[in-house]
Design a protein around this ligand. Sequence first.
Ligand code: HEC
Length: 148
Amino acid sequence: MKYAFLVAGVLALGIGAVSAQQDIVKDRQAQMKATGRALGGTLSAMAKGDKPYDQAAVDAAFATLTETATKLPALFADSTKGLKEGNEYSSSPKVWDDKAGFAAHIADFSKAVSETKAKVKDLDSLKANVGAIGKQCGACHETYRLKS
Ligand code: HEC
């Protein structure tokens, strides 16, 4: 009886750990979706003239991108290798098999975000500089993101 209880407890702990890892995958995807809205829905939309230039919205978009850059390492924690959510995209095992390469992409992305943020003051400077960020998204996705 005592033993059965113990086994149940250990199993519950195991399940708890798995769902905590699965939560990281969900957080990762939510953060990437927010990143997509910040770039596509705000910055690129303004640069293309689909939305009027709005400095407060630009600042909020850069805050999201900065947050993404900061959170990226933890969102790809070792314990999440191979885990998926039923979603359009998933992560390539290369994220964990080529950690140095992945870390280099995070560093390049962070640099592009902070440099671009410092340059964007108005519509013209947004138009001239927003491409530098999109380039980094694409460079990382090309190798490390899979279409599920
Ligand atoms: C350092 C690598 C890296 C960078 C930089 C990066 N991404 Fe991603 N992104 C990924 C990976 C890997 C996935 C797949 C995550 C998963 O589902 O496990 C992803 C997923 C996504 C998704 C799909 C989210 C979903 O689940 O529907 C969007 C949208 C996205 N990224 C947008 C962006 C945008 C926009 C940028 C740039 C502003 C960006 N990403 C920068 C690696 C990166």
